[in-house]
Structures are given as structure tokens and as C-alpha cells.
Design a protein around this ligand. Structure first.
Ligand SMILES: [Zn+2]
Length: 217
């Protein structure tokens, strides 16, 4: 099995829609198993094919309480119930966590790696992971579910005021958009070119004043 490269923001492939898998063949199984190896290597809970550069509707999950990984081809969420506040991260958005709302319970259908139809009822982290990974297949990141910039924080940041300051500093130094030569605060959105179309605050070529305003100062 091969450890694949995980694409990270702002890689435009993360914003594209994946295509259904027509036939679950050896190539799909190989990709799925490589994705499982990659997921284990990264100590993640879930990974979707676009995160490794393949626009196929395929996700793998490794739930903490389960021994075996789950491979889901063409997963579809058919029902969502309840709401709960969760903290969420993504292997494609390293270094950040966000507070968002996910469903308490979901029902889903998918196809196994052997082509069998599967029906699933998921709760808690399983439901959260399913929603997160199926979102990836539609080019949606958890960042799109954030309600405000305060809901996103760097891993390791403590209190909120601290975080705002740190985050602004992050924008200046190593903003998520740096590879485009732009300075933005990436908090939400689902831009067609792979770059977030921000629902909240956008800063391109931030000035000191912008950063101060952002950090509430
Ligand atoms: Zn993710």
C-alpha cells in the first residue's frame, strides 16, 4: 500500500465536485486501500478521494472505537436528524480547528468495496465524519460551516482574545492563502475557483489596520 499525498487548502481540487464511481474494480479498491494507509499514517478519522487528488466519490473512515476501517463508495446521506455543536478539523486544513454544528444522527447509503449495497445509521463522531467526508465529495470544507471567524482557531491557542490576535498574525505570516500570493482570512465559503468566497471578512493584501480591526483592536 502506498501513502498518498494529502492535498491542503488552497488546492483547487478540494473545491471540485467528485464523480460517481461507475464500477468498483481493482483500481478503485487499490485507491481505497492506499487511502486507508494514508489515513492511518496521518492519524485521521476520515479521508475522501479528492483529498488525495482523485475526483471520485469514495471515502474511507477509521472510527476510534472500531478495529477495521470502513470503505464507502458513492456514499449518500439520505436523512439528517438533530443538531450538535462539534469541534472539527480536517487533514486538508492542517493546524486549525473549528466549532460548527453537525447532525446528531444521519442515515446514509453507499456501496462496499465489493459492490454490495450498504445502509448505515450513524451517530456522534460517525455521523460527523460521514457528513464531513461526503461534503468533501461536493467540494465543501468544514470551513464553509463556520458562522464567524471566532469559530476558527489554531491548534494550541487558548483563550479567545488570544486566538484572534494569533490568527491575525497567522494571516500576515503564513495565511492559508499564501500560496496564491494573497492575504486573506479564510473563514468560510465555497468559491468556484477553489478559493473561498468569503461569507465573513475578506482581506486581500492586508494592511496593519485591517489586521488590527480583525483582531478586535
Ligand atoms: Zn476533511
Amino acid at each position: 500500500m502506498t501513502i498518498l499525498t494529502i492535498r491542503t487548502v488552497p488546492d483547487p481540487i478540494l473545491r471540485r465536485k467528485s464523480r460517481a464511481v461507475r464500477e468498483v474494480d481493482d483500481a478503485v479498491r487499490k485507491l481505497a486501500h492506499d487511502m486507508v494507509a494514508t489515513l492511518h499514517d496521518a492519524h485521521g478519522v476520515g479521508l475522501a478521494a479528492p483529498q488525495v487528488g482523485e475526483l471520485k466519490r469514495l471515502v474511507v473512515l477509521q472510527l476510534p472505537e472500531e478495529d477495521n476501517p470502513r470503505i464507502l463508495v458513492n456514499p449518500e446521506i439520505t436523512r439528517r436528524d438533530g443538531e450538535r455543536d462539534v469541534e472539527e478539523g480536517c487533514l486538508s486544513v492542517p493546524g486549525y480547528l473549528g466549532n460548527i454544528v453537525r447532525s446528531e444522527r444521519v442515515k446514509a447509503r453507499a456501496v462496499s468495496e465489493w459492490g454490495a449495497k450498504i445502509r448505515l445509521t450513524a451517530e456522534q463522531i460517525f455521523a460527523q465524519a460521514l457528513e464531513h467526508e461526503v461534503d468533501h465529495l461536493d467540494g465543501i470544507l468544514y470551513l464553509d460551516h463556520l458562522k464567524s471567524h471566532e469559530d476558527l482557531h489554531e491548534v494550541g491557542a487558548d483563550d479567545e482574545s488570544e486566538h484572534e490576535h494569533d490568527f491575525a498574525a497567522e494571516v500576515e505570516d503564513e495565511g492559508l492563502m499564501k500560496s496564491r500570493g494573497e492575504k486573506r482570512v479564510l473563514i468560510a465559503g465555497n468559491g468556484s475557483d477553489g478559493i473561498a468566497e468569503i461569507k465573513g471578512e475578506v482581506i486581500v493584501e492586508a494592511t496593519e489596520q485591517d489586521l488590527k480591526r480583525l483582531s478586535g483592536g
